[in-house]
Design a protein around this ligand. Structure first.
Ligand code: NAD
Length: 360
């Protein structure tokens, strides 16, 4: 049995506690450190040990794993201290706020006995796995444009997410997930980044984000995060040479429409008179030239329906195996570094109001 301690027992700290306690045999959360009294009181209800100082936690020999779930600006120091104490470390995303801080952590990772990983749990979201499966099976042919969106209308950012000093803003918060997913859909390099960041209501940070990524094989991906969208667009819209897929939402409603066969690429279309006047190119396609299919069925690691801790099951079981030397980590700092470099370019692109060429 391995023991874990959580730093930051707020929304996500409690999620880790619940996920581990409910379903991860071989790992037990035994203590927490939090600067807030309410959080400490809550942890007492679960009979957890409350560390008075971070140092007390890092020098506790009974702790094997440190889970960091504090606001984004405080991750770096805790990671460095935990690695230097020889602990294994899980840090919430975004791991840090710039690439050079992550490189510093990667140096510490090399010196440490401990493993270091980042909680990029949205790699195992059902909607993402659905799109990944569609692309891997070639159902809609060669993809050339993928739109990935999360559209909310909360308008205001919650708590520390509203402040620059804490690493707030939506590019760090959701951008880090959607860009991580984008990089998993295409194995090639990112060759340009163009970003438009808005602060529609937030004073200091971006609250609405649009990032366009180009990949070396010709694929482009649009990543959008909205907190001010009252008519949401689909979670995913995927354009392939032989069809289109839509994943409407996290529940994975949606469909695939593909060409009936390659011969159906062309048909004898005549000019059509629409409410907006005549058109040939935009004339509706005869229904018998396409086939509509349901989205592929995605199950969790045990072949069951997805639930809110499905990702934790995969993430923590992999980590435990890696701690035993029986597996490679599924989420590496090297991967997080690519995402962080793209985020840096997105900030720069938006500030300079131009697209930036790169090779990441
Ligand atoms: P939160 O505000 O709900 O919780 C943060 C906790 O950290 C609070 O209890 C606070 O008192 C404590 N804290 C603040 N500063 C601290 C410090 N210096 N030392 C110790 N404790 C401190 O925030 P949250 O929504 O749980 O976010 C925490 C982290 O989790 C962030 O990095 C966020 O990006 C990430 N997160 C990840 C996901 C995901 O799906 N992976 C979802 C939400 C949040």
């Amino acid at each position: 049995m391995y023991n874990a301690a959580i730093i930051g027992f707020g929304g996500m700290g409690k999620w880790h506690y619940n996920a581990i306690t409910k379903q991860i045999d071989g790992l037990k959360v035994t203590g927490i450190y939090d600067i807030r009294e309410e959080a400490r009181k809550e942890a007492l209800k679960y009979a957890l040990h409350i560390y008075k100082e971070p140092q007390e936690l890092f020098s506790d020999r009974t702790i094997d794993l440190v889970i960091i779930a504090t606001p984004n600006d405080s991750h770096k120091d805790y990671i460095l201290q935990a690695l230097e104490a020889g602990k294994h470390v899980v840090c919430e995303k975004p791991v840090v706020l710039n690439a050079s801080d992550l490189v510093e952590i990667m140096e510490a990772e090399k010196r440490s006995q401990g493993l270091f990983t980042i909680h990029q749990n949205r790699r195992w979201d059902k909607d993402f796995q659905t799109v990944k499966t569609i692309l891997e099976t070639g159902t809609i042919g060669q993809p050339y444009f993928i739109e990935s969106r999360v559209n909310g209308s909360s308008v205001f950012l919650h708590g520390w997410r509203d402040y620059k000093i804490n690493g707030g803003g939506m590019l760090y918060d959701w951008g880090v997930h959607l860009i991580d997913q984008a990089l998993l859909l295409n194995s090639g390099k990112v060759t340009s980044v163009t970003a438009h960041l808005f602060n529609v209501h937030a004073q200091e940070v971006d609250d609405n984000v649009k990032v366009l990524l180009s990949f070396e094989d010709g694929l482009s991906m649009l990543v959008e995060i909205a907190t001010n969208c009252f008519i949401p667009l689909p979670r995913w819209h995927v354009s392939g040479a032989d069809g289109t897929a839509i994943v409407e939402n996290w529940e994975c409603e949606g469909k695939i429409v593909q060409l009936a066969d390659r011969k159906a690429l062309k048909w004898d279309n005549d000019i059509v008179y629409t409410a907006a006047g005549p058109t040939r190119t935009m004339a509706p396609r005869p229904v018998n030239t396409t086939v509509q299919k349901p989205l592929p069925e995605i199950k969790d690691a045990h072949g069951n329906e997805y639930h809110q801790f499905s990702s934790a099951d995969i993430f923590y079981h992999n980590l435990l195996k890696a701690m035993d030397g029986r597996a490679e980590l599924l989420v590496t700092s090297q991967e997080a570094l690519r995402v962080m470099k793209i985020i840096e370019l997105a900030f720069q692109s938006s500030a300079e109001k131009r697209g930036l060429v790169c090779s990441i």
